[in-house]
Design a protein around this ligand. Structure first.
Ligand code: ADE
Length: 258
């Protein structure tokens, strides 16, 4: 029987495009309008796919990866808006917990709680997250070599860091300082906000499947959040994703003795 693949889910085309050249023995599979790229990357069986944007798209994608491909673990890569103090553009956040910030069935259930689960926070897999954070640290140490001094200066990136903690997801692009302040007031330990991670987390919890969420900070979730968004994904986030995912797959492959 073929080995179960690791699933790598990207939010944006540019990131997927940066990963695809490293994939060999590629077999395309189309399901539910999604193009799954099944193959081998750095010695590991993988399936790469674009999630689409938002919680429903991410939940459908995660369900397909588990049900149709029997993915043994899922890693989501993308960008996020920084919320926590000191979480800056060009940093990486590895989620340890994820929460849907737009879930609110109060007063029937506490705000943020996913009704009938008794939970608002869904934990990422500890080992997989440590592996992502370690690969991210090695990537950050090479940031100037990887991005080039000009791009670093362009985006105001100096001394990029790796953070681990709470990531919020919701079906909104957060683009005002007032909204990000309200999120931090309600959830003071929130590090970053994006649009898919907590949905993937809920599906993985349902199926008891390990997952990690890795996000490059593209903006501070304020009025300038959309400026340079696409250029940042091409020049910074896609580079980080390619390097971090390759490093992680190399270490996984070494650890399993392949
Ligand atoms: N992804 C990247 N930046 C974001 C933001 N400000 N809000 C939601 N998702 C994002």
């Amino acid at each position: 029987m073929a080995a179960r693949p690791l699933a790598i889910v990207s939010a944006m085309h540019e990131e997927l495009r940066a990963l695809l050249p490293a994939l060999s023995a590629t077999q395309p599979v189309t399901l539910a309008g999604r193009h799954f790229h099944v193959g081998v990357m750095h010695g590991e069986p993988v399936v790469l796919v674009l999630s689409g944007i938002g919680k429903v798209a991410a939940a459908t994608t995660a369900t397909l990866l588990i049900q149709a491909f029997d993915a043994r673990a899922l890693v989501f890569t993308g960008v996020a808006g920084g919320l926590g103090a000191g979480v800056r553009v060009g940093d990486v956040v590895v989620a340890r917990q994820l929460l849907q910030h737009d879930m609110d069935a109060s007063p029937l259930f506490p705000r943020f709680e996913v009704p009938l689960t008794g939970r608002s926070r869904f934990a990422a897999d500890a080992l997989l997250s440590v592996a992502q954070a370690s690969a991210s640290l090695r990537c950050m140490a090479r940031a100037t070599e990887l991005l080039g001094a000009a791009h670093m200066a362009d985006f105001g990136i100096t001394d990029p860091r790796v953070h681990e903690g709470l990531v919020l997801s919701g079906d909104r692009f957060v683009a005002t300082a007032a909204e990000s302040r309200a999120l931090v007031d309600a959830l003071p330990d929130a590090l970053a906000v994006e649009m898919e991670g907590a949905a993937l987390a809920q599906v993985c919890a349902d199926f008891d499947r390990p997952f990690a969420v890795l996000r490059t900070i593209s903006d501070r979730a304020d009025e300038s959040a959309h400026t340079d968004f696409n250029r940042f994904i091409v020049d910074v986030a896609s580079v980080y994703t390619r390097v971090i995912v390759s490093d992680w797959l190399d270490s996984t492959s070494r650890a399993t003795g392949e």
